[in-house]
Design a protein around this ligand. Structure first.
Ligand SMILES: NC(=O)c1ccc[n+]([C@@H]2O[C@H](COP(=O)([O-])OP(=O)(O)OC[C@H]3O[C@@H](n4cnc5c(N)ncnc54)[C@H](OP(=O)(O)O)[C@@H]3O)[C@@H](O)[C@H]2O)c1
Length: 397
C-alpha cells in the first residue's frame, strides 16, 4: 500500500494521478489532497478519496471549502483536516505517514513543498518542472543529502529515465527530447504576431493546463525541459538536443557512445509516466491505450526553428549562465503567459518580456529556497511592469 500526497490534485496531472488510484484502490491510499482555488473539484475528490488532509491556497478558498463540504452532506466527523496556505502544502508533503508525493502544482508555488518532501526523504514524482527550473541546484542537493527519490513524471524525462536504465551513464553521449512543435509549427513566423490565446491553447496532441499549453506553443516548455533534464540526469546543456516530432509518440531517446540510440515510445497518455513514478522499479498494468502496430503510421522528426521560437534558445543560454537566470526565466514567462492569456499582450511579446526581465535582473547565486522565492518575486514585479507597459501600448516592438 502506497500512501500519497497529491500536490495540485485538481489539475490535469492531479486528476490523472487520482485516476490511477481509482483503478487500484487496494494499492494506494490518499493521505492529502492539495489544490489552489478549485474548491468544487476538491470537494468531489474529498468525498471520493477520503484523505486525512485537504489544503487550498487561500483562507477565502478554505471558507468556501468548509461550506461546500457541508453542502455535500459529508458528516463533519468524516471531514479531513482542512488547511490553507504555504505551510499547509509543506505539512501535507512532509507528514510522516506519506511515502510518495506527486508534485503537480503549476509554477513556483510548488517549490517549497516539493523541496521539503525531498528533505524528508520521500519519493517524489515530479511533474512540476518549474521546481527544477527555478531551484535545480538546491533541489538536487536535497535529493543527494537526504537519500530521497526524484522520479520524473514529465513524459520526456520519464522516457529518458527508462532509456537510461539500459546502459551505463558514463557511456551516454546525449539525450534527445522530442517536442510536438505545438499549434504553430506550420504557422509562418510573420503570422505569430496575430495568433490568439484560443489558437495557442489548441495543442495538437496533449490536453494540459493553460500555462504549459502556451509554453508548448512558444517552445518555452521544451526549454524548461532541457533545464529539467540537465538537473535530473547531470547533462550539460550541449548534451541535450531537441527534435520536433509532431506525433508525440517517441518521448525521448538516449544515444550511447557506440552510436546506438534507445527510444521510449508510448501513447500520449500521462497516466503511464505517473504510474511509472509510483511503482518504479516495478511495472504494473496501466490504464492507458496501447499502440496498435497493425495500423499504418508515419513518424516525422525535424529540427526546431530557433529563430521562430527564440525562447528555446534562451533557455539553453540561461542554463549555461547558471545562478538565478533560470529562476528569472520561469517567473517572467509565467507573468507574460498570464498577460497573453488575458488578451493584454500579443504572442511575440512573451519573448520580449522574458528577455527584458532577464537583462534587467541582476545575476545572483541563490543559496536557499527563500533566496529563490525572493528572486522569483522580484522578477514577477518587473515582468508585470513590462507587461503593463506593453498592454498600455507604450512599447510596440
Ligand atoms: N498536464 C500535463 O500533461 C503535464 C505534462 C508534463 C508536465 N506537466 C507539469 O505539471 C505541472 C501541472 O501541470 P497541469 O497541466 O496539471 O496544470 P493545471 O491543470 O493548471 O493544474 C495546476 C494545479 O496546481 C494547483 N495550484 C496552482 N496554484 C496553487 C497554489 N498556490 N497552491 C496549491 N495548488 C495550486 C491548481 O489548483 P486549482 O486548479 O485548484 O487552482 C491545480 O491543481 C506543471 O508544472 C506542468 O508543467 C504537466
Amino acid at each position: 500500500m502506497k500512501i500519497l500526497t497529491v500536490l495540485g490534485s485538481t489539475g490535469s496531472i492531479g486528476t490523472h494521478t487520482l485516476d490511477i488510484v481509482r483503478c487500484n484502490r487496494h494499492l494506494y491510499q490518499v493521505y492529502a489532497l492539495v489544490a489552489g482555488q478549485n474548491v468544487e473539484a476538491l470537494v468531489s475528490q474529498i468525498v471520493e478519496f477520503r484523505p486525512k488532509v485537504a489544503a487550498v491556497a487561500t483562507s477565502a478558498a478554505l471558507t468556501q471549502l468548509s461550506s461546500r463540504l457541508a453542502a455535500a452532506g459529508l458528516p463533519q466527523t468524516e471531514w479531513p483536516e482542512l488547511l490553507c496556505g504555504d505551510a499547509a502544502r509543506v505539512q501535507a508533503a512532509t507528514a510522516g505517514e506519506v511515502d510518495t508525493v506527486i508534485s503537480a502544482i503549476v509554477g513556483v508555488a510548488g517549490l517549497e513543498a516539493t523541496y521539503q518532501a525531498l528533505c524528508a526523504g520521500k519519493r517524489v514524482g515530479l511533474a512540476n518542472k518549474e521546481v527544477l527550473v527555478a531551484g535545480g541546484e538546491l533541489v538536487m542537493e536535497a535529493v543527494r543529502e537526504h537519500g530521497a527519490e526524484l522520479l520524473p513524471v514529465d513524459s520526456e524525462h520519464n522516457g529518458a529515465h527508462q532509456c537510461l536504465r539500459a546502459g551505463n551513464r558514463q557511456q551516454v553521449e546525449k539525450l534527445i527530447l522530442t517536442a510536438s512543435g505545438g499549434p504553430f509549427r506550420n504557422t509562418p513566423k510573420e503570422a505569430l504576431a496575430f495568433v490568439t490565446p484560443e489558437q495557442a491553447l489548441n495543442h495538437p496532441t496533449w490536453r494540459m493546463g493553460n500555462r504549459i499549453t502556451i509554453d508548448c506553443a512558444t517552445l518555452m516548455n521544451k526549454g524548461f525541459e532541457v533545464i529539467e533534464a540537465c538537473w535530473l540526469f547531470g547533462f550539460a546543456p550541449s548534451e541535450v538536443e531537441v527534435v520536433i516530432h509532431p506525433q508525440s509518440t517517441v518521448h525521448a531517446m538516449i544515444e550511447y557512445s557506440d552510436g546506438s540510440i534507445l527510444a521510449q515510445i508510448s501513447a500520449t497518455d500521462m497516466r503511464m509516466p505517473i504510474q511509472y513514478a509510483l511503482t518504479y522499479p516495478e511495472r504494473w498494468a496501466a490504464p492507458v491505450p496501447k499502440i496498435d502496430w497493425a495500423e499504418a503510421r508515419k513518424w516525422e522528426f525535424l529540427p526546431p526553428d530557433l529563430e521562430k521560437f527564440p525562447l528555446l534558445k534562451l533557455a539553453y543560454q540561461c542554463q549555461e549562465a547558471g545562478g538565478s537566470a533560470t529562476c528569472v526565466l520561469n517567473a517572467a514567462d509565467e507573468i507574460a503567459v498570464e498577460a497573453f492569456l488575458q488578451g493584454r499582450i500579443g504572442f511575440l511579446s512573451i519573448y520580449q518580456i522574458v528577455l527584458e526581465t532577464l537583462s534587467r535582473m541582476p545575476a545572483r547565486t541563490p543559496k536557499t529556497v527563500g533566496d529563490i522565492l525572493e528572486i522569483d518575486h522580484e522578477s514577477r514585479i518587473l515582468a508585470r511592469e513590462l507587461a503593463a507597459a506593453r498592454a498600455a501600448g507604450h512599447v510596440t516592438a
